[in-house]
Ligand binder design. Sequence first.
Ligand code: SF4
Length: 447
Amino acid sequence: MSFFLQERKEQIFTKGVDSFDLVGGKPSLAGSVSQRACVFCGSRVVLYPIVDALHVVHGPIGCAAYTWDIRGSMSSGLELYRSSFSTDLRERHVIFGGEKRLFQTLMGLIERYSPEAVFVYSTCIVGLIGDDIRSICSQVERVKNVPVIPVMSEGFQGTKKDGYKIACDALATLVGTNNGKEVSPYSINILGDFNLAGELWILTDYYRKIGVQVLASLTGDGRVKDIQNAHRAALNVVQCSGSMIHLARIMKDRYNIPFIKVSYFGIEDMSDALYEVAKFFRCEKLMENARSLVKNELTKMFPLLESYQRALCGTKAAIYVGGAFKAISLVKALRLIGVKTVIAGTQTGSVEDYELLKTICDDGCILVDDSNPIELSEFVKQTGANLFIGGVKERPIAYKLGIGFCDHNHERKLALAGYEGMLNFAKEVYETISSPVWQFVNSFESK
Ligand code: SF4
């Protein structure tokens, strides 16, 4: 494998061949052209779906370009979160400071939009020039009487994963500041679902049907007031644990709220997510409801899934996603529709996550941490993968290699969570693989 940098060899592992611990969580190697995004990107991915908050990027306009407006997070009401406001710092602010501009921007925006809270994101240049964002935020908060929360997310200080943690710290300042909502004895918070293509609504409907109240969603279709009340839920149910586990731990320490980790992707994991919640409340009625919901859904789904399974038999998939829990769920879901995973990689997996991933992958599967386009392309060629599942940065890799691509990131417009999401996923994979376009593409094999 001469195409990968030798310093990365402990981050690439072939199941059935290698026997070391696959290392995750390392800083990206210079020269490797990591697929990871910056700290600021990690923070905004987590916080932007709070729909009634104002999101202000203190920095050059370019940092604000990639907003939730081109992502799939949906709102059941307000659309304030879709505007990515920026202080648009220029050279003169770099020289003389941007604090005055930030203060004026915040005052003007709060006056105009009356948000429930404001998140102010710090970017690289602000970290360098040393604007005192915390002080400006508290000044504005005092004058306007609305929470103004600094998010100290300068892009250079780490990876996207550090941005998740900073976002969790920002959320923690809101949690516990209101007691106004009515709370059922069977109440949960959903952590780490971003309501892509309305997935949160599918999940809250399942929980409602089994008798569980979703008190707050952090952060898909999120509302500031719900988040302020979130300390009163009996349980935190954490999906995408890479992004939200830090908040779950903070809430356990401060409010003694236990948490469980789940995934809503694939039949097995979705069903477990319902059973685990019912089990937590030790209520036979909830468990009965969960069993009956799962049975009804599976009865509808299985005949359809079997037809996809027959059609997709022999397909080999490459997975490269943000978090390891998603990768684990994907391997299981693909197996259910007859697709074998031959590459499984993540941007933010830990050593423990990779140990789990190893146990569910087949021999010969290449596992990789914090990969880059050259490695991923070579792995596809080596394994003969004919389908790539990833995000916006992996799409061109797949198309350049002449293989199918399915989006499983925040840009997608198709719900993939829950039982109906599993059916959507099977259909999407089937339509991608069976598209007639591939017969006209000169695949890498014939070049
Ligand atoms: S790395 Fe820095 S400059 Fe680039 S988008 Fe992130 S915060 Fe902005």
